[in-house]
Design a protein around this ligand. Structure first.
Ligand code: PEP
Ligand code: MN
Length: 345
């Protein structure tokens, strides 16, 4: 249930509502927008006396949240969530995801060598990327395929951040690794295959790092939002949603990138939305057109696989851009972003 306060309602009126619902045994979640304040009520709604709340000073209306996702829903928040990433190094600028700027996260599928991470990181920073992506723990379909460098890979990423200055996003697969990955990562990625690993989501809800949730291979957008609800409900509001393609009967592409997910998720939720056209298509030549389309559709960010030598990549070479192609794409993305009233920071 949410309580919408009148335009111009005072802080004491908001406090009075919060105190009243607390007395009833519910938890108020106050969200202050520029124009209105919304108070979300978390807990047993049977305990809410709606008419009494509606009569309180400063209250405009009391509304049920009908969606199964509550705290992830657009109604629950007066404003869109903006995730803030602190500067990688002293003197660098911080980043925001979900604000006016479109954020580009780029890098290899897997962290392969220290050299690769440091030199590719420097190139990507020069080309305008905002975060370095790279998997140290890899969810591979085959147990015989490269599983990632583990903590050694995390150390290379951390070195890149302190030397080159790009903050990092990397995946966690196991609840036992969350604390360790959180020490290294600026954003923790939950891969498509773990989107409904509810124990992992609950543990991530208790860590103090933003979490990017990738849509499951065969998950609906409602299921994605319910997974976000798990993380938020466990205490972490900083959730980013990522569309990365879903399984369909189509075989020309690795997955079918569902770009309508972008406006749907932005209508249904206050959370930032990122698109991954690399896994979404599976082919490097399809990445640029879909990346541009994603920005045109309103995405707050892109996740792009870039490899210095895609034909020798240990994973996902066919969908990886070369550094040169990435740089060219950044120029085109800037134009698309501007055409839709955004920028690439
Ligand atoms: C990845 O980002 O490298 C990855 C494994 O993605 P997904 O979980 O979407 O398959
Ligand atoms: Mn990959």
């Amino acid at each position: 249930m949410i309580v919408v306060m009148k335009n111009g309602a005072g802080a004491e009126q908001v406090q009075a509502v919060a105190d009243t619902v607390t007395e009833w045994g519910l938890k108020p979640h106050v969200s202050q927008g520029e124009e209105r304040t919304v108070i979300g009520l978390i807990g047993d709604e049977a305990k809410v006396n709606g008419p009494a709340l509606e009569m309180m000073a400063g209250v405009e209306k009391v509304m049920p949240v009908l969606k199964p996702y509550k705290r992830a829903s657009a109604e629950f928040h007066a404003e869109r969530t903006v995730v803030r990433i602190p500067p990688a190094r002293h003197g660098d600028r911080g980043l925001t995801i979900g604000g006016p700027g479109v954020v580009v996260m780029a890098g290899p599928c897997s962290v392969e060598t220290r050299d690769m991470i440091l030199s590719l990181g420097a190139f990507l920073k020069g080309a305008g990327a905002h975060l370095l992506r790279g998997g140290a723990f890899k969810p591979r379909t085959s147990p015989y395929a490269f599983q990632g460098l583990g903590v050694e890979g995390l150390r290379y990423l951390a070195e890149e951040r302190s030397v080159v200055g790009l903050p990092i996003i990397t995946e966690v697969m196991d609840t036992r690794d969350v604390e360790m990955v959180a020490e290294f990562a600026d954003i923790i990625q939950v891969g498509a295959r773990n989107m409904q690993n509810f124990n992992l989501l609950k543990v991530l809800g208790r860590c103090n790092r933003p979490v990017m949730l990738k849509r499951g291979l065969a998950s609906t957008l409602e299921e994605l939002l319910m997974s976000a609800e798990y993380v938020i409900n466990a205490g972490n509001d900083e959730v980013i949603l990522c569309e990365r393609g879903i399984r369909t009967f189509e075989t020309f592409t690795r997955n079918t990138l569902d770009l309508s997910a972008v406006p749907v998720l932005k209508r249904e939720s206050h959370l930032p939305v990122v698109v991954d056209p690399s896994h979404g298509t599976g082919h490097w030549d399809l990445v640029a057109p879909m990346a541009k389309a994603a920005v045109a559709a309103g995405a707050d960010g892109l996740l792009l696989e870039v490899h210095p030598d895609p034909s020798h990549a240990v994973s996902d070479g066919p969908q990886s851009l070369t550094p040169k192609r990435f740089k060219a794409l950044m120029g085109e993305l800037e134009l698309v972003a501007r055409a839709v009233g955004r920028n690439l920071h």
